[in-house]
Ligand binder design. Structure first.
Ligand code: LLP
Length: 427
C-alpha cells in the first residue's frame, strides 16, 4: 500500500510528491506519513480479525486528531493510556464506547473522566485500582465495563524495557499464586464494575507468534477456572499489541492475517477443550499500524570522516525526534533521497545535534561517500514511538507530522515554535 517511489534521478516521492518539495514547504526535520498506507493497514487488521473481534489501535504509538478521525472512519477502536490521550480521542470525535483506558497508575481524576465520558472499557492493573474504579463508578450510579490485566509469565523475545509479560515488572496482576483469580473474585463482588474479560499484553516488537499463543492459552485457562469457580463465562479476552515491524531488511514481520489465524486457532482449540464458549477477541496493535507509514526527513549538516573508523553524518534533528536508538539500541536504515549518487558507499553513523555522544539516529549505515551538507536523507519506519516520544532536549522544536496522500500534503501536527517553548516559561 506504500506510495513511496524513486525516479531515475534518485529523487524519492511519497504520496505523489517529491521529497525536496516537501522539505521546501514543510522544513526539516519532519515526519511524513503516508495516509493511504495508514488506512490500508487499519483495514488489513480489521479484515484479518473479522467481525467477531475488535481492533484497538494503541494511541501511544502516535496520536493526533487526524489519526483519530482515520481510525474512526476505518472502523477501529482506540486504546489510550493517559488523560491527554483520552482528551485527544474524545476531542476528535471518537465515540467513548470505542475507547479502552489503560495505565498502571491512572489518577483518580483520569478515572473519573473516563467513567464520566463512558469509555467502553477500563483495563484494571492492580488490586487498589479495582476498588478505586468501582468506587468512582458507583458514586455516579454507573457500572463500568472493565477487564483485568494479567501477566502470564512468558518471556517475550524483545528488549527488556518493552517486554511486559514476565512477572517482575510494574504492569498487570500475575496469574501466578492465584493472584489474578483473587483479583477476579474481588472485581465480581463490586457493584460498580462489570467484568467483561481478561487482558494480556506480552511486549512489543515481537516477531514470533509463540509468545502470543502461550498467553492465549493461559488466559483461556483462567477463563475456565473462573467458570468453574463462579459459574460465569467472561465474554472477552484482549491479547494486547506487540507485533513487530521491519526497521531494517533483517527483520521479517508477520502479517496481521498470520497473527489473527494463530490467535483464533489457539483460542478456539483451548475453549473447545475446556468446553467454553469462544470469547470475543480484541487486540491492540500500535507500531504495526503506524510504524511503517512514516519516515523522518533530515537535512545533512556536518559530515565528519574519522580516519579508520567511520564518517559521522550530523542531521538537523536527533534523539529529540527519535529516542529509540539511544533507549533501546534500536536499528534503523537510512537513504539519500534527494538525488542519485554513484559514489562508493561509506560506513556512516547518523547522529543528531544534541549535546550527548549517545545522540545517534542510525548506528551503522552505508551512505554514498559524496554525501554533502544540504543533502536530504530519510529514515524509514519512524511512524511509531518517535513523534510520540519526542522531547524538547536542548530546546529542540519538535518536528511536524505531515500527512501525504494523492499528491497532497497537509500538516496534522505542526512544528513547534520558539514561542511555544517560551510560553511555558514563567518569570
Ligand atoms: N497494548 C498495551 C497495553 C501496551 O502497553 C502497548 C505498548 C500496546 C498495546 C501497543 O504495542 P505495539 O503494538 O505498538 O508494540 N516505546 C517502545 C514501545 C513501548 C510499548 C508500550 N506498550 C518502543 O519505542 O519500542
Amino acid at each position: 500500500a506504500k506510495t513511496v517511489t524513486r525516479n531515475d534521478d534518485g529523487v524519492v516521492s511519497v504520496g505523489g510528491i517529491e521529497v525536496p518539495r516537501l522539505a521546501e514547504e514543510f522544513g526539516t526535520p519532519a515526519y511524513f506519513l503516508d495516509e493511504a498506507d495508514f488506512r490500508a493497514r487499519c483495514r488489513a487488521w480489521a479484515d484479518a480479525f473479522g467481525k467477531d473481534a475488535d481492533v484497538f489501535y494503541a494511541g501511544k504509538a502516535f496520536l493526533s486528531r487526524a489519526v483519530v478521525k482515520w481510525l474512526y472512519e476505518e472502523g477501529l477502536n482506540l486504546d489510550v493510556c493517559s488523560g491527554g490521550e483520552l482528551t485527544t480521542a474524545l476531542d476528535a470525535g471518537m465515540p467513548a464506547e470505542r475507547i479502552a483506558f489503560h495505565g498502571n497508575n491512572k489518577s483518580t481524576e483520569e478515572i473519573e473522566r473516563a467513567v464520566d465520558a463512558g469509555v467502553g472499557r477500563i483495563v484494571l492493573d492492580s488490586f487498589q485500582e479495582i476498588v478505586r474504579v468501582a468506587h468512582i463508578a458507583q458514586s455516579r450510579g454507573k457500572r463500568q465495563r472493565v477487564q483485568i490485566r494479567v501477566t502470564v509469565g512468558v518471556e517475550a523475545h524483545t528488549h527488556e524495557f518493552i517486554a511486559t509479560a514476565h512477572e517482575d515488572q510494574k504492569f498487570g496482576i500475575p496469574l501466578a499464586g492465584g493472584q489474578a483469580a483473587e483479583a477476579v473474585r474481588r472485581a465480581l463482588k463490586l457493584d460498580g464494575l462489570e467484568l467483561i474479560g481478561i487482558h494480556s499484553h506480552i511486549g512489543s516488537q515481537i516477531f514470533d507468534t509463540s509468545g502470543f499463543e502461550v498467553a492465549a492459552h493461559r488466559v483461556v485457562r483462567l477463563l475456565a477456572d473462573i467458570r468453574d469457580e463462579h459459574g460465569i463465562e467472561l465474554p472477552e479476552i484482549d491479547l494486547g499489541g506487540g507485533l513487530g515491524i521491519a526497521y531494517t531488511s533483517d527483520d521479517d514481520p508477520r502479517e496481521p492475517h498470520d497473527i489473527a489465524k494463530a490467535l483464533n486457532e489457539i483460542v478456539t482449540r483451548e475453549c473447545d477443550a475446556s468446553r467454553l464458549r469462544t470469547p470475543r477477541i480484541s487486540v491492540e496493535p500500535g507500531r504495526a499500524i503506524v510504524g511503517p507509514t512514516a519516515f523522518t526527513l533530515y537535512e545533512v549538516g556536518t559530515v565528519k570522516p574519522l580516519e579508520g573508523l567511520r564518517t559521522y553524518v550530523s542531521v538537523d534533528g536527533g534523539m529529540s525526534d527519535n529516542i529509540r536508538t539511544a533507549l533501546y539500541d534500536a536499528e534503523y536504515s537510512v537513504a539519500l533521497v534527494s538525488r542519485r549518487s554513484d559514489a562508493q558507499p561509506m560506513l556512516a553513523r547518523v547522529v543528531g545535534k544534541h549535546c550527548e555522544s549517545g545522540d545517534i539516529v542510525v548506528k551503522d549505515a552505508f551512505l554514498p561517500a559524496d554525501l554533502a551538507p544540504g543533502d536530504l536523507i530519510a529514515v524509514p519506519a519512524t511512524g511509531a514511538y518517535c513523534r510520540s516520544m519526542a522531547s524538547n532536549y536542548n530546546h529542540a522544536l519538535r518536528p511536524p507530522v505531515v500527512a501525504v496522500k494523492g499528491g497532497e500534503a497537509r500538516v496534522i501536527v505542526r512544528r513547534e515554535t520558539e514561542e511555544d517553548l517560551l510560553r511555558l516559561d514563567v518569570g
